[in-house]
Design a protein. Structure first.
Length: 192
């Protein structure tokens, strides 16, 4: 998924790893800088994904609603992310993609009820999206970001010396953020 501008996302297949940076505005007006790492979720790239988990605080676990196999891999990706994301419990969102294909007659292989049940059992967010139309894409990113921000505000996530997952305050390279909280290098979001 590529960010074309602040409001439009385009879909391109990921080969290897793609990187995007994005500003997201929270309900209280704080602006968060996300750094997103799309690791494709393909088995052949699995060995390189471990380094992208370090310092992460959130992950979008993406599956294709027209592919049962992609959904069945979600628990594996989730466990791997939990194993490598430190020092905090990550914010996860289960994201079903390719919702637009249903209008073209492509059969759904993963029901929304099944995905919601998985999300509920694992206490994670759930969205069904279409990157072609943009439906729910922004909401998925904003919801994960809001939850991370809430955890920082409540003290669940603490900014610690030597940990690069969350940085706060003013940065010359990110002056537009002023004193707002920002997620900074190498904070990542991983999806499959």
């Amino acid at each position: 998924m590529s960010a074309l501008d602040q409001a439009v996302w385009i879909s391109d297949p990921t080969v290897g790893v793609d990187f995007f940076a994005r500003l997201v505005t929270m309900r209280d007006g704080a602006r968060i800088k996300l750094q997103l790492w799309d690791t494709a979720g393909q088995e052949r790239f699995r060995s390189i994904t471990k380094s992208y988990y370090r310092n992460s605080v959130g992950a979008l676990l993406v599956y294709d609603i027209t592919s049962r196999a992609s959904f069945e891999h979600i628990p594996v990706w989730m466990m791997e992310a939990k194993r490598h994301i430190e020092p905090h419990r990550p914010v996860f969102a289960l994201v079903g993609c390719k919702l637009d294909l249903l209008q073209s007659g492509v059969p759904r292989e993963v029901s929304e009820a099944e995905a919601k049940a998985f999300a509920s059992q694992n206490d994670i967010l759930h969205f069904e999206t279409s990157s072609r139309s943009g439906f729910q894409v922004e909401n998925a990113f904003t919801a994960v970001t809001q939850e991370i921000y809430n955890r920082v505000q409540s003290g669940d996530y603490k900014v610690e010396d030597g940990w690069e997952g969350i940085k706060t305050g003013f940065s010359r390279t990110n002056a537009v953020l002023d004193d707002d909280l920002m997620l900074a290098e190498p904070a990542k979001s991983s999806c499959c």
